[in-house]
Design a protein around this ligand. Structure first.
Ligand code: ADP
Ligand code: MG
Length: 891
């Protein structure tokens, strides 16, 4: 491929061995990029390119100093590149280099982001055959914390939902998934991840199962009871982590599966609609998570977010969390004390991962030590506060092996210096008393240093010299420096090594000997300390599982305290949870909107006989807010949180589904009617009797009559077949009529007050339908010009009375040209004044339509008749349409 030799040649040959996008190679004190890589890197990161010649040609070259590599790697990886790193090592004949690591978005350890950083694999069950062949398998690993999760997904939609939930930074698609353009397209749309093609063999199910067993133990794997395709995904992730050389496999101690009865479906669209972790505009602020997050630690924040994204259904789990939140919300002083303790905690899961990778320095071990000390402090606060001691909190702090944690902490306390440097090779990392041999070296080292430190004084005294200093530098080593005036009086055994302007430098045999001693001892101390430190670090790495347990316990306390803080500060109450159908919320509020608005609280009452609420009300009255408020309250209840209400009784649900009509979504520039319908279809397929469904103006994305029909039919289906608890906000007034025919449907409306032609939104939800639309009043409020508002009122009146309205002509203001017929929902072109129609339209079609001697109504009926498609219209509808047309003709 290239004729380059030497370093450049070595670079290109290494480059051929890796499928990483970029290669950087250590050359002495620099990491260098060559050729196209150099050009790309210089463009991305503004690095200077120089030319390196080799074998007569010249190659672009860009480099960064060894110590600066990390930020550059981070920047490249964050831009989506996978970067191979080749290190230099010594050989008999000089230097050689080999690739030690491939840094990718999912394996980047040097992150400063508090969020989880997941790498995922997704495998189509079709590829592994066998019983579970129709599902998908998913695995997620966070190399920065060692967290590892797997999930079976029934179909592509569910797989996408999980992927959206974890929001991975890198995805390894299985061999079959790679050719699934539909899935990959959706994945790209929703998740901002680098797609990496990992070797196909790594996805083989047998090999996957084997790898997973080796990593996590046979029993664990059997207990997971996940599909073969899921083990294949897990195996692929493990093999990828190993292959890229992140070296963190040791911190992955535990595998967890997500499925079973406790699971609550929360699909991608719902997560977005409810603005769980970011707003529709993509901002973190203003999301539900940002609103309720008062965690002190990054691990606590991660856990709280995970709770929100994975609500639970088990009453036991939820009530346990509630009891803790309850206790913490009243014990304000103890809570503050806990937060103080937690403020001292570092991210143990991340530290465990760093120790496993071998990149933890002595300061990291100090962080481990200090965080381990937080656990007993937290436990002490809990035990000494009766309300907390009687709550599940005491069990939470007892979950980790506290004795083992204390032992490790004591070891670290004995071993690691109080305030060690961040370099690990230059000593001063460890304490005296930790290791006898080291103590001896330290003692001798300090003796010699002491001797050197006091030498100048001794020389002055002994030889009556003034202006004497003892110092060291790179070229001269240690020396005695004597001022010029005194330099002639130095004793005979002084040996001059240098003359400076105002002084002379000398050495003595004794000083040279001490110098050799000190250098030897420095080396020895550095070496020995590094050895001992590395052993200690390995010991910590071996306790990765313990560190994760302690980290998890502290994070749990933190997340619970955060919920308690929010509840106490915002007057939230503990909801009563049960397995039944009833949902009663008294004076509920929207958790996010209440933060910024004088919120008008609202009641919700749903039960066996009232499981489907049609929500009507003028535009901007608060329908969407009301329904989201219900969804958020149920969701909060199902993470164990208190809720914004005066009282609430909540029957737990197995899934929350929300859909917003395409028109509303279009405003956000995201959706189409097609998407709206496929999402509706998804709900109709997936929701169950125990689900909560929120439909907001669904059907609005198409023509009126289409929309009504769809909304109508969906309501019937949800009511009769799915039987899910449903709230449906609609501006189709027609839907309010459903309450008369469908027993579980009830109407509620958001009240507005109209006085003197002005509308005041009351924001109160009341039983019964709205009497009419307030759209025109809103137009008025919004400052639409008076003539338009007045004319709208007129049109509205006529529409109500006559179910038809003619459109007004241009300048002449005579009624002409078109009639909007409510009976058919179509606009009829036609004219009472032929010449005017012709002059406006001018085309032959207009003449045709206006031709003949039929009156406009008859023509409209004919046009209607023509528009009926006999092949697609159901017979019953055909009959009624014909009947209707006949009636109109009679008129
Ligand atoms: P709709 O869906 O009926 O058009 P929205 O739910 O979008 O109305 O609400 C319109 C505005 O009214 C929003 O700005 C919202 O913040 C505010 N709002 C809604 N409900 C309430 C309430 N109960 N108390 C105070 N403000 C509310
Ligand atoms: Mg709305």
């Amino acid at each position: 491929m290239t004729e380059a030799t030497g370093i450049v040649g070595e670079f290109f040959s290494l480059k051929e061995d890796t499928d990483a996008d970029l290669l950087t190679m250590q050359c002495g004190d620099f990491y260098e990029f060559f050729g196209e890589d150099a050009e790309l890197v210089s463009e991305e990161l503004d690095l200077k390119v120089s030319q390196k010649s080799s074998h007569g040609s010249s190659y672009p070259m860009a480099g960064v100093p060894i110590d600066d590599l990390t930020p550059y790697l981070k920047a490249l990886v964050e831009r989506g590149y996978r970067v191979a790193v080749a290190d230099q090592y010594e050989t008999d004949s000089g230097h050689a280099r080999k690739i030690v690591r491939v840094v990718t978005p999912g394996t980047l350890l040097e992150t400063s982001d508090a969020d989880a950083q997941y790498m995922a694999a997704v495998v189509d069950g079709g590829e592994v055959g066998g019983a579970s062949s129709d599902g998908y398998g998913l695995a997620f690993a966070d190399v920065t914390t060692g967290r590892f999760l797997v999930a079976d997904a029934a179909d592509a939609d569910e797989a996408l939902t999980e992927l959206y939930r974890f929001d991975p930074v890198e995805v390894l698609p299985g061999p079959e998934v790679r050719t699934d353009d539909d899935l990959l397209g959706k994945l790209r749309e929703r998740v901002d991840a680098t797609l990496t093609l990992h070797e196909t063999d790594a996805f083989a199910p047998k090999r996957g199962a084997h790898t997973v067993r080796e990593q996590f133990g046979t029993e664990t794997v059997d207990r997971l009871s996940v599909g073969e395709q899921t083990l294949a995904a897990a195996g692929a992730v493990l093999s990828y982590v190993e292959e890229t050389g992140a070296g963190v496999l040791a911190s992955m101690t535990r595998i967890q599966a997500h499925h079973g009865d406790d699971h609550v479906t929360l699909d991608a669209t719902t997560q977005r609609n409810l603005e769980l972790t970011e707003t529709m505009q993509g901002e973190r602020d203003g999301s539900l998570f940002a609103t309720i997050d008062h965690t002190e630690t990054s691990a606590g924040g991660r856990l709280l977010k995970e709770w929100l994204q994975r609500p639970r259904r088990s009453l036991e789990t939820l009530e346990e969390r509630q009891a803790s939140v309850d206790a913490l919300s009243t014990a304000a002083l103890a809570r503050d004390e806990l937060l103080d303790h937690l403020g001292e905690a570092y991210d143990l899961a991340r530290l465990a991962s760093k120790a496993s990778h071998g990149s933890a320095d002595a300061r990291d071990l100090v962080a481990v030590r200090e965080t381990l000390a937080v656990l007993p402090a937290v436990a002490e606060t809990i035990e000494s506060t009766p309300a907390l001691a009687d709550s599940p909190l005491s069990a939470i702090v007892d979950r980790p092996d506290r004795a083992a944690a204390r032992e490790l902490r004591e070891t670290l306390e004995e071993a690691v210096a109080e305030d060690p440097p961040s370099t690990v090779t230059q000593g001063e990392l460890l304490r005296k008393g930790y290791d006898a041999e080291l103590d001896e070296v330290i003692e001798r080292h300090e003796e010699v240093r002491e001797w050197l430190d006091t030498l100048a004084e001794r020389e002055k005294r002994q030889h009556g010299l003034s202006h004497v200093t003892v110092d060291r530098n790179k070229t001269d080593g240690y020396y005695i420096q004597v001022g010029k005036s005194a330099a002639d009086g130095v004793p005979d055994h002084y040996e001059q090594i240098k003359t400076l302007k105002n002084s002379k430098r000398f050495t003595t045999e004794e000083l040279e000997e001490k110098e050799r001693d000190v250098l030897r001892l420095e080396d020895r101390r550095g070496e020995l300390e590094y050895e001992l430190f590395a052993e200690l670090r390995d010991e910590v790495a071996e306790r990765a599982a313990l560190l994760q347990d302690v980290g998890r316990a502290l994070a749990t306390i933190d997340a619970l305290a955060s919920l308690a803080t929010h509840a106490a500060e915002n007057r939230w109450v503990r909801p009563e949870l049960h397995r039944g159908e009833d949902l009663t919320i008294e004076q509920g509020r929207h958790p996010v909107v209440e933060q910024t608005t004088e919120f008008v609280p609202n009641d919700v009452r749903m039960d066996e006989d009232r499981g489907f609420l049609v929500v009507t009300g003028p535009n901007m009255s608060g329908k969407s807010t009301y329904m989201r408020q219900v969804a958020c309250i149920v969701l909060l209840a199902q993470i164990g949180s208190f809720v914004p209400a005066e009282a609430a009784e909540i029957g737990v649900v197995d899934g929350i589904f929300t859909r917003v009509g395409a028109l509303d979504e279009l405003a956000q520039g995201r959706s189409t009617f097609m998407v709206e319908m496929s999402e509706l279809s998804n709900i109709l397929h997936t929701a169950t009797e125990e689900s909560l469904v929120i439909l907001d103006e669904v059907g609005r994305g198409t023509a009126t009559y289409d929309g009504i029909s769809i909304a109508w039919a969906a309501t019937e289906y949800l009511h009769n077949e799915v039987k899910a608890k449903t709230l449906f906000a609609t501006h189709y007034h027609e839907l309010t009529g459903l309450a008369e025919n469908l027993p579980r449907v009830a109407n509620v409306h958001v009240a507005a007050d109209e006085r003197d032609g002005e509308v005041t939104f009351l924001r109160t939800v009341r039983d019964g339908p709205t009497d009419r639309s307030y759209g025109v009043h809103v137009a008025d409020l919004a400052g639409v010009p008076d003539p338009v508002v007045d004319r709208s009122r007129e049109v509205l009146e006529r529409l109500r009375e006559e179910k038809a309205i003619e459109a007004k002509g241009g300048a002449s203001s005579e009624p002409v040209q078109a009639v909007f017929d409510l009976g058919s929902g179509t606009m009829q072109t036609g004219s009472q004044d032929r010449s005017q129609a012709a002059s406006t339209d001018g085309g032959p079609a207009a003449n045709d339509a206006a031709g003949g001697s039929l009156d406009p109504e008859t023509e409209a009926v004919l046009a209607d008749l023509e528009s009926i498609d006999v092949n697609t219209t159901p017979p019953i509808e055909l009959v009624s349409r014909v009947q209707e047309l006949q009636e109109r003709l009679e008129e």
